[in-house]
Write a protein that binds this ligand. Structure first.
Ligand SMILES: [Zn+2]
Length: 671
């Protein structure tokens, strides 16, 4: 039986690989009527864009999202095997199964309504004064909610070996502070709709319309005060601004109206000794607000925070209202995802590594890891050479850059050590209760790390996630199993395709160690300057070229891209392309000019890159991402960097007259 199964698997694997070879660059995805010199993004992706309209339940749909969907289907198969069956109490299968089933039981959810939250609501209602309000906030935070601000344990940016207590701004129902302060028509409309949404949510709890409207207005007022004291998305990218180390005495001085001693004790931290405060002004403001805002207003704010964070796990009326604002109004989605996707997403978030372990057992081939390691090593060599050849950099800084590159750690596929879920309690109970239980468990997991050495084996993304990251404090690049699939990674395609797709992704993550933010961390992951003053200035001048280029792009109507906010990502895209190309130029294939499916190796390299950023996107999502997301839109991730690359110009015969061409003195060149 087992042999037969293996044989079928092998046959399947063979067919997939043949498919990959043929379809790695599929002419169907291109639009060869478009001049590649005018708009290479459309030339490379026009067919794909035409054939892959945005589904109603999405605000953006790209080849990235298509792969994420297929990973979700894989996870669905895993869940199906466990849900609805009897498992021994306390096993991972029982927990995944019961969690998922409780979410899918929409009848029970509708019958329960708000009932499962009655204890939490009562606790808020009972608070008599602001001291008691602060106690409720503390308890909510202990259980994994984040009203008012955030506390978490993570590596100390200046002592990367140790996990320390971090306090960070938070408490907003809209995505960031700009939504409360901007005065353009679009934002004003969103604020108006936000107030209506809060009011409707309160009405669902039984509040009268007139009262609910007043409550909602007050909540917007309170959140606006928080917003005004918060840092902008751009300020948040500055690791020095966010690093304000304090002890308990200093924190009390900054924020005197809050009983921090009681707060930390309730969280089980005692005196944390080292507290890194992200935004001292924010914590000063919440202290003042604790003096000025009456308890009655805080109560409504906390109720709102509770409702807002639980809406997706309650009855359908709450979930639908929540979607009407956060899905439709903010991102332009037409309808909500089907129930199974919503519940699966939550299950996956609650028990990410438990599902991840099952995922890699089923779907991740060992050979993929070996192939990836080979690619990563080739890219490391390529970046090393590029550092040597950077004529603008002094030998002194180059030496440090080499040290940082050679100590950069690599993780591929899945963690060597899996997380232990034995203390997580999931039962046949209301969905929202299971969600709360998982939140409290994950919260505890984070809190217990504080004031201990950093666990270097830990992963910050689960294997089933289509993504990758660079961690500055660990100086490491991480590639979860799910990204090692087409269109990023083809087990059997030609090198040009793999270097152009996953190769650039690897190079992108490596470059994050040397982008405008990452370069401020040394080889050990400490926020410590290792650049000569002159080299740092030269770096900034070069980076500004890229800022200017991106600022000129128009994303929608008259709205421009934000070159400063997206700088780190744009440096990483351009660096990733250059590094992957340098590595590709060492392969056998690069030396031949043999065409596959009508394209030269270099053309295939650039087409494979362009293809990973094919995406259709709704207008509202364009606006939202441009103001919050540090990544540029897919279109500009292709057009932006490629205009700077002479190898690209040569590959597609692009000349000075073409838009995709930038003259040498206008080009950005960093890594
Ligand atoms: Zn990135």
């Amino acid at each position: 039986m087992k042999n037969k199964f293996t044989l079928i698997a092998l046959l399947l694997a063979m067919t997939t690989s043949l498919y990959a070879q043929n379809k790695a660059i599929d002419p169907v995805n291109l639009d060869q009527k478009v001049d590649p010199g005018k708009n290479f993004y459309l030339y490379a992706n026009g067919g794909w864009l035409e054939n892959n309209p945005i589904p109603d339940d999405k605000s953006r749909f790209g080849s990235f999202d298509l792969l994420a969907d297929s990973a979700r289907k894989q996870v669905r198969e895993l869940i199906k095997k466990t849900a609805g069956k009897d498992h021994k109490q306390g096993t991972v299968a029982q927990k995944i199964g019961d969690f998922y089933s409780s979410g899918m039981d929409i009848e029970a959810r509708n019958k329960n309504g708000l009932k499962p939250l009655k204890d939490e609501l009562k606790a808020i209602e009972k608070a008599g004064d602001n001291q008691e309000i602060m106690k409720v906030i503390t308890d909510m935070q202990k259980n994994g909610l984040y009203p008012l601000f955030t506390l978490y344990g993570t590596a100390d940016a200046k002592n990367s070996e140790m996990v320390r207590t971090h306090l960070f701004q938070g408490g907003l129902g809209l995505p960031n502070r700009d939504y409360y302060t901007d005065t353009d028509e679009r934002t004003k409309e969103i604020r108006k709709k936000y107030v209506e949404h809060i009011s409707k949510m309160f009405r669902l709890t039984g509040e009268k319309e007139a009262d609910a409207d007043k409550i909602a207005q007050k909540i917007l007022g309170l959140e606006t005060r928080l917003a005004k004291a918060s840092m902008t998305p751009l300020e948040l990218r500055d690791p020095h601004k966010r690093y304000n180390k304090m002890d308990l005495a200093k924190l009390r001085e900054t924020s005197p109206e809050i009983d921090w001693k009681a707060y930390f004790e309730t969280l089980g931290l005692g005196d944390p000794e080292v507290i890194i405060v992200g935004q001292p002004d924010f914590f000063a403001e919440i202290s003042t607000m604790m003096k000025e805002v009456p308890a009655s207003e805080w109560k409504n704010y906390l109720k709102w925070d509770l409702l807002n964070s639980c809406a997706s796990y309650l009855s359908e009326d709450f979930e639908e209202q929540n979607f009407a604002f956060y899905g439709k109004t903010l991102t332009g989605k037409q309808k909500n995802q089907p129930l199974w996707k919503r519940v699966q997403g939550t299950t996956s978030g609650a028990m990410s590594e438990a599902l991840g372990k099952l995922y890699v057992q089923e779907y991740f081939p060992k050979e993929a890891k070996e192939r990836m390691l080979e690619l990563v090593n080739n890219l490391k060599v390529a970046l090393g050479e590029r550092i040597d050849n950077a004529d603008w950099m002094s030998d002194e800084t180059k030496k440090k850059a080499h040290e940082k590159l050679s100590t950069m750690n690599v993780k591929i596929g899945y963690p060597d050590k899996w997380r232990d879920y034995s203390n997580l309690e999931i039962k046949k109970q209301a969905y929202v209760e299971n969600v709360m239980s998982a939140r409290a468990f994950n919260r505890q997991f984070n809190l217990q790390k504080i004031n201990k050495p950093v666990d270097k084996a830990e992963w910050h993304m689960p294997p089933q996630m289509v993504n990758a990251y660079y961690s500055p404090s660990m100086n490491e690049i991480v590639f979860p199993a799910a990204i090692l699939q087409p269109p990023f990674f083809f087990m059997d395609a030609d090198d040009a395709v793999n270097y152009g797709a996953i190769g650039v992704v690897i190079g992108h993550e490596m470059t994050h160690g040397f982008d405008d933010k990452g370069r401020q961390y040394d080889k050990d992951g400490n926020l410590q300057d290792w650049w000569t003053k002159e080299d740092a200035e030269k770096f900034d001048t070069r980076a500004q070229v890229l800022v200017k280029q991106f600022n000129e792009f128009i994303v929608l109507d008259t709205m421009h891209a934000d070159g400063q906010l997206s700088l780190g990502e744009n440096i990483a895209d351009l660096g990733g392309l250059n590094i992957a190309l340098t590595a590709f130029n060492k392969t056998e294939q690069s030396k031949s000019n043999e065409e596959i499916a009508g394209f030269t190796p270099l053309q295939r390299f650039f087409l494979a890159y362009a293809h990973i950023w094919a995406q259709n996107i709704r207008d509202k999502e364009i606006v939202k991402r441009t103001r919050e997301d540090v990544h540029s839109l897919g279109k500009f991730r292709v057009i932006g960097p490629l205009r700077n690359m002479p190898e690209f110009h040569a590959a597609f015969n692009i000349t000075e007259e073409d838009y995709m061409y930038l003259p040498e003195d206008k080009r950005a060149m960093i890594w």
